[in-house]
Design a protein around this ligand. Structure first.
Ligand code: KG4
Ligand code: ZN
Length: 365
């Protein structure tokens, strides 16, 4: 019997409070009936990063409004739902707890099944939500909070090939923008400056390329940039527009080269498994970068691999990906009870060694 499932998804692990409703008839494409996101950027802008206590309070205040709006957008009531999926980690623990408590409240009140979802699995399954691609595929998550390579083999089966040992690339773009007095978020403003600059004038390091693995490191780039900036200021008394553009171009070229080379290594490992229809999918805000995208597409063309970048609104944090990942887990038999706990750390691949560090958006998984 084919079964149609309608899921409410909740997301509150970082600085976006989100609720969404996703429906899927078994064997058919999933449909996003509603997706509501309340961003918290303004609440944190004065602090140079996400403040966990402010985030948790804002999530607790906004979650039920989000759910109400999502139901209204879909023209539904809670009684029309089959289950609730909620991000249960990894992330800033106060925010994750707000979401888990809200989901438990609705599940208990309405007698609905509850499914806890790993936020990273939400991102990693997005290409199945948007394009219905088959397992296995290679996933590159690149955002302000995440950076890792995963082979997705099933809703709970992931192999992590590597990831950042310190900053995420979006974090590096944001810090660079701050160091050069450019507006936040840093990615788009650094990219715009880089387009006017000479990437060869300043030589930035290509971190960890001397190591054969797929791990990355981005925190040294901002230190290099700070030194270069300070040297120009000491010599000339300040930065010209061209100096700034050249610094951005050099910095961005280092990120592009590093990501492309590490992606090549990840693709070689993935292709060794002979996938029937090889695909590299990217998700996360940094995937919006035109230079990164262009070079990753070029690499995929060389290696005869399809390149897939879901629409940006589904690449960045949202609850549709959580509803969908919950739906897949549910179909595979997963159920959680009232003892579902919020987890600050939750690696998708339990067999791979922990990566070091903690980013501006919480612990690295
Ligand atoms: O996925 P996302 O919206 O949020 C999380 O990190 O969870 O990603 C936001 C990050 C920010 O650090 C932002 O600077 C970066 O993505 N970003 C970019 C670009 N657009 C956004 N980085 C590089 N180039 C861009 N065009
Ligand atoms: Zn995320």
């Amino acid at each position: 019997m084919t079964q149609t499932l309608t899921f409410l998804g909740l997301e509150s692990s970082c600085d976006d409070t989100a609720a969404a409703i996703v429906r899927q008839r078994e064997g058919e494409a999933a449909e996003i009936l509603a997706s509501v996101i309340f961003g918290q950027t303004e609440l944190h802008s004065a602090f140079g990063g996400v403040v966990p206590e402010i985030a948790a309070r804002a999530h607790a205040e906004k979650l039920d409004t989000c759910v109400r709006e999502a139901l209204a957008e879909a023209g539904m009531r809670l009684d029309d739902l089959d289950a609730i999926a909620v991000t249960a980690g990894p992330g800033l623990i106060g925010g994750v707890m707000s979401g888990v408590m809200c989901a438990k409240g609705i599940a208990a009140a309405k007698g609905l099944p509850l499914v806890g979802v790993n936020h990273l699995a939400g991102h990693a399954l997005t290409p199945r939500l948007t394009d219905g691609i088959d397992y296995p595929y290679l996933m590159l998550l690149v955002s302000g909070g995440h950076c890792q390579y995963l082979i997705a083999r099933g809703p709970e089966k992931f192999t992590r090939l590597g990831g950042t040992i310190d900053d995420a690339p979006g974090e590096a773009f944001d810090k660079t923008a701050r160091l050069l007095g450019l507006p936040q978020p840093g990615g788009p403003s650094v990219q715009a400056e880089a387009e006017l600059g000479d990437p060869k004038r300043f030589r930035f390091p290509r971190p960890l390329l001397d190591r054969p693995d797929c791990n990355l490191s981005f925190s040294g780039l901002k230190t290099a940039l700070m030194r270069m900036r300070d040297q120009i200021v000491a010599e000339k008394g300040g930065l010209t527009r061209q100096d700034r553009a050249d610094l951005c171009a050099g910095f961005q070229a280092a990120i592009v080269d590093t990501l492309v080379e590490k992606t090549r290594r990840a693709l070689v490992l993935y292709l060794a498994g002979n996938p029937a229809k090889p695909t590299l999918a990217v998700a996360g805000g940094v995937a919006a970068n035109t230079a990164i995208r262009a070079d990753l597409m070029g690499l995929c063309a060389q290696l005869e691999t399809d390149f897939l970048a879901p629409p940006l609104r589904l690449c960045t944090d949202n609850a549709a990906m959580i509803a969908y990942a919950g739906l897949e887990r549910f179909r595979a038999g997963a159920r959680d009870g009232m003892d579902l706990t919020a987890r600050p750390r939750w690696p998708l691949d339990k067999t791979s060694p922990a990566l070091l560090g903690s980013g501006k958006k919480g612990a690295k998984a």
